[in-house]
Design a binder for this molecule. Structure first.
Ligand SMILES: [Zn+2]
Length: 358
């Protein structure tokens, strides 16, 4: 497919083309021709990029006989790529917008802890009703460039109830020529009525080798580790390739691998990573423990296969599953722990007691 000249500028917007592992989903979505879609899948695998590519597809001004849309060459495609197409609205939580430029746009659950800002009022992680109000105005206007008007909501599961209701009104009676692209990571958090108004497009996670190959092509050193750190999500891995995070992960890995540590010591050692991040890693780690116990390849920590093997050998599959479930349940309330040290100790106690990794 035609590519625009690559630029090294870090603030360069994402190119509106789908990731290679989303080709099949892309073809199906394009063929469907529906006006509104809900894209769903894990965070950080290129779902935002898919949405922008679909927006560009709808806004492309290439002649009808063009071999591909988006053509990436017409004014419509160029405006989408530059992030200032007048008929495109991208609605995201303030926390993502505030992080523009340091590559957090795929921000999501796996990196909750890293998002905590030490000073000032934290920007909202929700999409608020005020962000949707201008859409009513947009609905009254005609298209600037004579084509469709496209609204991208990323992620749709971050909309609060009021915002969700406001969107529903638009989805129920879509203004002529207005199309919607919702991106969701957790479908259960999207209201059923909103869901019922959109065609769902599932976006798969790429296989390990494909993701590593893609990261290497983007110039990421030690792509397997970067991928593991990002929970197998390559776009997140690319955004996150950060030496500080690697060091935090290494400290966590020492604790999780055993070697005489106590919950108290482990909590201290992983304090900087933060409880939400430590928990995410533990949930992924216990997922891998269960996979290895069942004779499968680890998904999140392929480089730690030997440690996973050793730890899982000392446990029953039932014990691993129970531990994994306990930790996964804790994810519901972990985002704002009242006492980080106590929370971390409780997590490590769960883990160390169950695995005997002491
Ligand atoms: Zn075009």
């Amino acid at each position: 497919m035609a590519r625009l000249p690559a630029s090294a500028a870090p603030e360069r917007p994402e190119m509106p083309t789908p990731m290679p592992w989303h080709r099949q989903a892309w073809e199906a979505a394009v063929r469907s021709g529906v006006p509104s879609m809900l894209l769903h899948g894990p965070a950080g695998i290129g779902e935002r990029r898919f949405a922008l590519a679909m927006a560009a597809h709808w806004l492309c001004e290439a002649p009808a006989e063009a071999p591909r849309r988006p053509c990436l060459e017409c004014p419509g495609c160029r405006l989408v790529e530059a992030g200032n197409h007048p008929d495109l609205r991208l609605i995201e939580p303030a926390s993502l917008a505030a992080d523009d430029g340091d590559g957090e746009e795929e921000g999501a659950e796996p990196r909750a802890g890293a998002d905590d800002k030490p000073k000032g009022k934290a920007p909202s992680q929700a999409i608020l009703i005020g962000q949707l109000r201008p859409l009513n105005e947009l609905a009254q206007l005609s298209s600037h460039r004579g084509g469709a008007r496209v609204v991208v909501i990323h992620p749709a599961d971050a909309m609060n109830v009021a915002a969700s209701n406001a969107l529903l009104k638009l989805l129920e009676e879509p203004p002529p020529g207005m199309r919607f692209l919702l991106v969701a990571h957790r479908l259960q958090r999207v209201s059923a009525t909103v869901l019922s108004r959109c065609m769902r497009v599932a976006l798969p996670r790429p296989g390990f080798d494909e993701a590593v190959g893609w990261l290497q092509a983007q110039g990421v050193g030690d792509a397997p580790t970067a991928l593991a750190l990002a929970g197998g999500a390559p776009q997140a891995a690319l955004d996150d390739a950060d030496p500080v995070r690697v060091a935090l992960h290494r400290a966590w890995l020492r604790c999780v691998s055993g070697g005489g540590t106590t919950a108290l010591a482990a909590a201290r050692e992983t304090k900087e990573a933060g409880a939400p991040q430590v928990l995410t890693w533990l949930v992924q780690w216990t997922h891998d423990l269960a996979r290895v116990k069942a004779g499968a390849r680890p998904r999140f920590h392929p480089a730690e296969a030997a440690t996973l093997q050793r730890l899982s050998a000392a446990m029953t599959l039932r014990a691993i599953t129970r531990l994994h479930r306990t930790l996964a349940q804790r994810q519901r309330w972990i985002r704002h722990p009242l006492n980080a040290q106590l929370t971390l100790e409780a997590l490590w106690l769960d883990y160390l007691q169950a695995t005997g990794a002491r």
